[in-house]
Design a binder for this molecule. Structure first.
Ligand SMILES: Cc1cc2nc3c(=O)[nH]c(=O)nc-3n(C[C@H](O)[C@H](O)[C@H](O)COP(=O)(O)OP(=O)(O)OC[C@H]3O[C@@H](n4cnc5c(N)ncnc54)[C@H](O)[C@@H]3O)c2cc1C
Length: 597
């Protein structure tokens, strides 16, 4: 017996992208949101630093500059039409959030406060520009709460703690999803005219990560299993400043407020790698520089971490050396009180997890797996596109971190993800409702829930002895070591062999709980299967790309190769292995140049 529901639009995921999509869809269609988590527990709620928009509240700024910075930041792999669209929509989108009631931090004259972030520059001087709009260091939390309230007001129907296991496809079009209700263990079919995936990323593939436990790549794995490609899966971002060993994120906002990275010799080393923007170079550049410092023995005490120093005396010393000014022209200097008020959660995390007070002691940090640049291919209206010719799949949409528009290309700039959620979430919602208005419900096959049930039964009937935690740990560690910040042919071959072994072992998993109610063990096993599939696709695409670009750094091919590789990867998961193909990058205004920061 399967429970049945029907809505014009079904949104999977209640993070920033899902809620924005649902809000807009609900203005013209009956809309449901399914989420495996209670909505306000979505990873968007952890976003700290800010959302990028060229409001120019503190100094001169333009959407054109934001566009160029994002193209450059993407290492020229981002599609320039989509990037321009996002950066020009950004200003309106942020004011819209303000009007929904989002409590942004304020400038002294009451405007939305803004801070510098890596890779965002004044295009004339090349210096960092204040573009990240923030609510202290809880910007994502505020976005999530604000959008959730708006959705409730708009009568969006929420199905919390429903784990979507499959996408129903009829005649090549999306027709709904199959979900497991965690409370009862029963399957539910949601019949829909339009389906929007907004399920977030898959950072849990790697050992050290800033990502939530829920970041298991479900949406991408489901669509791969349904024969759709992943775009640019090899591009994954390692954020420079995760707490040593734990991976918990320390926002780039710390460096935006003047914090610097220091090696074992007490040297601020970033000026050697990025003379103009220094500690505020793009994330791929900073993470690689940190690795090189540590490899050359300049990690703190020879270990695999460096210091992030945000003590006011350090900040003020380097602000004076850099000639940094406040927007009013006064020399920049800060105090412990100011840092506490602008970065309260960071101070809190450091005290809780490290027992360190960051305004009096430096923080031990290392690069941490952070952001999925690739994903389900879409166009700038959120429509999923399924081949080299960008053919639209009717009724299927994706937005947020699960999607690849591609606005982030090979490397995302900080603050551009929250922006991506609100801009493309909105358009996916609008398009999905519009499509639903003109479409009929497709007749569902009698076996609509079968593929989902088979996957669960395979786990529930397993009599093996392999432990989920062992497989999980071995996958994370091989991916972090061998398909991490730096990669080689040899390391990736090793990873692929290991992944194959782990997939075999996953088929012989040990299951202790065969019950129905909140069976988190079975869910964890299913999610681990998703991670293994996604890791295999990531590694195959990375092995094939014989160049270094953005978040994909090959030691055996250290240079970017535009003649050979200025193209998007498309990767299909097929019974015989991963099939790869490529499609062109859209270049409108900016011809690829060498990136200098
Ligand atoms: C620690 C941290 C700090 C960050 N800081 C910033 C920042 O300052 N600025 C910035 O621009 N970006 C930041 N990012 C990135 C940004 O926050 C994320 O990329 C973005 O929030 C993702 O939003 P989303 O809506 O795509 O997914 P999420 O917010 O993760 O939501 C995913 C949703 O999908 C649901 N879901 C997943 N799988 C299933 C399933 N199988 N069935 C049902 N539901 C499912 C989940 O329940 C959840 O509701 C940060 C990321 C992290 C990890």
């Amino acid at each position: 017996m399967v429970d049945y529901h029907q809505f014009d639009v079904v949104v999977v995921g209640a993070g920033g992208a899902g809620l924005m999509a649902a809000l807009y869809a609900s203005k013209g269609a009956s809309t449901a949101v399914l989420s495996k988590l209670y909505p306000s527990r979505s990873h968007t709620g952890t976003a700290q630093g800010g959302v990028g928009a060229a409001l120019g509240n503190l100094e001169e700024d333009h959407p054109e500059w934001h566009t160029y910075d994002s193209v450059k930041g993407s290492d020229y792999l981002g599609d320039q039409d989509a990037i321009e669209f996002m950066c020009f929509e950004a200003v309106q989108a942020v004011y819209e959030l303000e009007h929904y009631g989002l409590p942004f931090s304020r400038t002294p004259d009451g405007k939305i406060a803004q801070r510098p972030f890596g890779g965002h520059t004044n295009n004339v001087t090349g210096k960092p520009v204040t573009r990240a709009c923030y609510a202290a260091d809880r910007t994502g939390h505020m976005i999530l709460q604000t959008l959730y309230q708006q959705c409730i007001k708009n009568h969006v129907q929420f199905f919390d703690e429903y784990q979507v296991l499959d996408l129903i496809v009829v005649n090549g079009a999306a027709a709904g999803v199959v979900a497991l209700r965690l409370l009862t263990g029963e399957l539910h079919v949601f019949h829909a005219k339009s389906v929007i995936f907004a399920t977030g990323g898959h950072g849990r593939v790697w050992e050290i990560t800033s990502n939530a436990y829920a970041y298991t790549g479900d949406g991408l794995a489901i669509s791969l299993r349904r024969g759709l490609p992943a775009e640019d899966p090899e591009f994954f971002q390692f954020h420079p400043t995760g707490i040593f060993k734990l991976g918990i994120l320390i926002t780039e906002g710390v460096r935006g407020e003047g914090g610097v990275l220091i090696n074992d010799q007490g040297e601020r080393f970033m000026p050697r790698y990025a003379p103009t923007v220094k500690d505020l170079a793009s994330r791929d550049v900073v993470s690689r520089s940190m690795y090189l410092e540590m490899r050359e023995g300049r990690g703190i005490g020879g270990k695999r971490f460096l210091y992030l120093d945000m003590r006011p005396e350090t900040v003020n010393k380097y602000a004076a050396i850099d000639g940094r000014k406040r927007p009013n022209g006064q020399p920049y200097s800060t105090t412990a009180e100011e840092l506490l008020s602008k970065l309260p959660d960071i101070v809190d995390f450091s005290r809780t997890y490290l027992g360190i007070d960051p305004v009096s002691q430096p923080l031990p940090v290392q690069p941490t797996a952070h952001y999925t640049m690739g994903g389900i291919p879409t166009n700038k209206f959120g429509q999923v596109v399924i081949d080299e010719a960008s053919t639209v799949m009717p009724g299927f949409y994706a937005a947020g971190e699960v999607a690849c528009v591609s606005v982030h290309g090979a490397n995302r700039l900080g603050t551009n993800s929250l922006l991506d959620l609100i801009v493309f979430g909105k358009h996916a919602g609008l398009q999905a409702a519009e499509y639903a208005r003109g479409a009929d419900f497709q007749a569902l096959p009698a076996d609509a829930a079968d593929f989902a049930r088979q996957q669960l039964d395979q786990i529930l009937n397993s009599t093996g002895t392999e432990k989920v935690l062992d497989i999980d740990h071995e996958m994370k560690s091989v991916m972090f070591e061998d398909v991490g910040v730096f990669r080689t042919e040899e390391s990736m071959q090793r990873a692929l062999a290991k992944l194959e072994e782990l997939k075999q072992r996953h088929r012989h998993i040990q299951v202790r709980d065969r019950g129905k109610i909140f069976n988190t063990e079975v869910i964890n096993i299913w999610e681990l299967g998703n991670l293994l599939d996604v890791a295999t696709v990531v590694t195959n695409a990375a092995l094939a790309r014989k160049e270094s670009r953005g978040g994909h750094a090959r030691e055996d091919f250290p240079k970017r190769d535009d003649a050979g590789w200025l193209k998007h990867t498309l990767a299909w998961m097929q019974p015989g292995g991963v099939r790869l193909s490529y499609k062109p990058v859209t270049i409108t205004k900016f011809q690829p140049k060498e990136r200098v920061y």
